[in-house]
Design a protein around this ligand. Structure first.
Ligand SMILES: [Zn+2]
Length: 431
């Protein structure tokens, strides 16, 4: 459509709206914590490091809560003004596709193109053949600087990978071109996400996927592969942390190689859809980006909503009552609440206290069970995960919940900021 933009190489297009090296995705379910979240980024700045905030909220979350992306925009802009944040910030239409993107178009400037559903769907046989023919460099011995052992591939392997991912990448191309038509080239940050799928992608698969993305001319700035291990919502990583660390470094190397080889934007980096709170891999993420000079986008979301509940419980009185009510309702509707998140939670029903038991708890007991402090023997990962998916309960309370947040703002904001800075920003970005 716009002639001049299509002649720009992808590397230069990205300069128009360029995501900085370090960024953190902060979900804000009820659009009440933008200021408290931004305060954590300000603390990073005071410590000498720019970590830019990206407010992400998926279509699923908006649907469950009954909110609109424009509300997130309003809350973010207000926080930016109030705290005088001068660095960039973004709003991420998280996990969208052509069917869901429209209401995100105006308020958002970061789009996570979710093509996981298309993974494994066969692409046109001629397209696969053409892809393999176009990329002889992917066949044979593939040496990537930064990875000790070269990969050995053959035509069958690359064909199989293309069969698995090409249709998904082509789908991303369709969404990307739709966004360009609606928002204009370079006016948004494109991310491609493949995390919500069954099997992790290996570094060599990632390289092949990036070749296909470059062919589609999508100037992606972040890519979210599925990493090895389990990324359950709101709790720590479950898996082989050493293997994660190795693959994470190899992914970084594959990205640097693809940037040089295929002309993808120079700021292209990994996006870790963490599901929040993957504390045991934060150090390896930090060490890998610092030693390679790479960037990283850490996407969290529900951790902030849980801090709202912690803040309410800690405040005592009415706040504690609301927190207990959320637990009671979540407990009573646990099957319905868990269903949409079945593959990303792991709750042991035997470990869930009954609502009657919780009703007798003090602030300290409630907070100890919920706060993600694994050194506290009272910490209860099952309760935490149930409350993590229980935000629909608070949404149903409507104004009553929002009023409680407002009347306990000090306690809630303190927990939101401290959690984001101490438990996420510090270990991942500052080290
Ligand atoms: Zn994701």
């Amino acid at each position: 459509m716009i002639g001049w933009t299509t002649t720009l190489p992808m590397g230069e297009m990205s300069l128009m709206k360029q995501l900085p090296r370090f960024s953190i995705g902060v979900g804000d379910r009820f659009a009440h914590q933008a200021k408290a979240q931004l305060a954590a980024c300000m603390m990073a700045k005071d410590a000498g490091l720019e970590v830019v905030p990206v407010w992400n909220k998926s279509n699923r979350e908006h649907n469950i809560i009954g909110s609109e992306p424009s509300q997130t925009r309003k809350a973010a802009d207000a926080a930016i003004r109030e705290l005088g944040w001068t660095a960039p910030y973004y709003l991420d239409a998280d996990h969208i596709n052509l069917g869901t993107v429209d209401r995100f178009l105006a308020p958002c400037d970061f789009f996570t193109l979710d093509v996981a559903e298309m993974i494994g769907k066969p692409a046109d046989a001629a397209d696969v053949k053409a892809f393999v023919a176009r990329h002889p460099e992917l066949i044979g011995t593939v040496s990537i600087p930064g990875i000790t052992e070269p990969f050995h591939t053959d035509e069958t392997f690359v064909t199989n990978v293309a069969n698995k991912f090409l249709a998904a990448v082509q789908d991303a191309g369709k969404i990307y071109r739709y966004l360009v038509e609606k928002k204009g080239e370079g006016n948004f940050v494109p991310e491609v996400s493949m995390d919500e799928t069954d099997s992790p992608q290996t570094p060599v698969e990632l390289l092949i996927i990036l070749a296909a993305i470059a062919d589609e001319k999508i100037p992606i700035q972040t890519i979210a592969p599925k990493f090895t291990g389990r990324f359950n919502k709101g709790v720590d990583y479950v898996g082989d942390a050493a293997q994660f660390s190795r693959e994470f470094r190899e992914d970084i190397a594959a990205i640097a190689f693809a940037v040089a080889k295929y002309g993808l934007p120079a700021n292209l980096k990994l996006s870790v859809h963490s599901g929040s709170d993957k504390f045991s891999i934060y150090k390896s993420i930090h060490d890998a980006v610092i030693s390679t000079g790479a960037g990283v986008h850490l996407k969290t979301a529900g951790t902030t909503w849980l801090e709202e509940i912690i803040g309410l419980a800690e405040a005592g009185g009415q706040g504690l009552e609301i927190a207990k009510e959320v637990y009671r309702e979540a407990y009573d509707h646990r099957e319905e609440l868990c269903a949409p998140y079945a593959t990303v939670i792991d709750i042991d029903p035997a470990k869930l206290p009954t609502p009657v038991e919780v009703d007798g708890w003090t602030s300290e007991q409630f907070v100890s069970a919920l706060r993600h402090d694994q050194s506290n023997p009272a910490y209860n990962a099952s309760l935490r995960q149930l409350l993590h998916v229980g935000f629909k309960v608070a949404a149903k309370m409507g104004d009553r919940y929002l009023k409680a947040l407002e009347s306990n703002e000090e306690s809630v904001a303190r927990n939101v900021t401290t959690n984001l800075f101490d438990r996420h920003i510090r270990p991942v970005f500052l080290g």
